[in-house]
Design a protein around this ligand. Structure first.
Ligand code: CP
Ligand code: NVA
Length: 303
């Protein structure tokens, strides 16, 4: 593993190894065991979109591993004034030990990896959000003990989260069901791959998707960059909500996950959100541990 550009690039074994290391790092952190596996290393973090969790968890995670992190805003970088990504990649590779990038086009992340000579980590694109799903898988394993025989149901927009959840869920042996309106389905290539590689359903019928689910998952109706469509999307997605009705179709011990930020009253009711806040905020915490594991794997000496 040289980069984390998308989950499709990782084998189930590689994902399991990241999750195992994340569990170890979480244990060490909780027990005050220092783990300076990235002493003297520097991560550059390029953010073309807003972030709370990704920024803070990468920055503090790097600090906890004995290294440091640089927040690089496109407002300050020459990339914001048109310097090509190919040149940015080659320059940053001379200073840094790794780059995390959050941006719009997946092709920009891939170009950074192609032209640079250091590990690149995708901190969200319009296409996928692999770091989030590694934390989600870690959380599902904590609550459910494993993946085999488990069903993951995602209700909402067929966006970056849906794409990565399908890939991560299927790779780890879960059954995955997506409930979304027609016209807002996940990536066609990913759905075709899922159909060929596991148990996969994409439907506009929420109760069919949620039936017998162990995990219910949702995300915002309008993602970053889709602010102009927000009002129209409120109408299109109004039924695609995790509420008591959706929960009634799932298993009685189903957990509810949300990548956050959440819009109560839209993709999830305030009641369900608060009743499942324990797992949702464990999930947010696990971003820290999962990403530290990714950084140790990519930037550490003996991994
Ligand atoms: N879930 C997630 O990536 O959150 P941020 O946008 O706050 O980083
Ligand atoms: N789909 C959301 C995820 C945020 C973490 C977005 O792209 O804005």
């Amino acid at each position: 593993m040289k980069h984390l550009l998308k989950l499709m690039d990782l084998s189930a074994k590689e994902i399991s190894e990241i999750l195992n290391l994340a569990d170890q790092l979480k244990y060490e952190r909780k027990n005050g065991i220092s783990h300076h596996y990235l002493e003297g290393k520097t991560l550059g973090m390029i953010f073309q979109k807003s972030s709370t969790r990704t920024r803070v968890s990468f920055e503090t995670g790097m600090f906890q591993l004995g290294g440091s992190a640089l927040f690089l805003s496109p407002r300050d970088l020459q990339i914001g004034r048109g310097e090509p990504v190919e040149d940015t990649a080659r320059v940053l590779s001379r200073y840094l030990d790794g780059i995390m990038i959050r941006t719009f086009a997946q092709s920009e992340v891939e170009a950074l990896a192609e032209h640079g000579s250091i590990p690149v980590i995708n901190g969200l694109t319009d296409y996928c959000h692999p770091c989030q799903v590694l934390a989600d898988l870690m959380t599902i394993r904590e609550y459910k003990g494993g993946f085999s025989g488990r069903k993951l149901c995602y209700i909402g927009d067929g966006n970056n989260m849906a794409n990565s959840l399908i890939v991560g869920g299927i790779k780890m042996g879960m059954s995955v069901a997506i409930a979304c309106p027609d016209g807002y389905k996940p990536d066609a290539g990913i759905m075709k791959w899922a159909e060929q590689n596991g148990s996969f359903l994409c439907t506009s019928d929420i109760s069919a998707a949620a039936a017998g689910a162990d995990v219910l998952y949702t995300d915002v109706w309008a993602s970053m960059g889709q602010e102009d469509e927000a009002e129209q999307r409120k109408l299109i997605f109004k039924d695609y909500q995790i509420n008591d009705t959706a929960l009634a179709s799932a298993k009685s011990d189903a957990i509810v996950l949300h990548c956050l930020p959440a819009h109560r009253g839209e993709e999830i009711t305030a009641k369900v959100f608060e009743e499942h806040a324990a797992e949702i905020f464990d999930e947010a915490e696990n971003r820290l541990h999962a990403q530290k594991a990714v950084m140790v794997k990519l930037m550490g000496e003996n991994n």
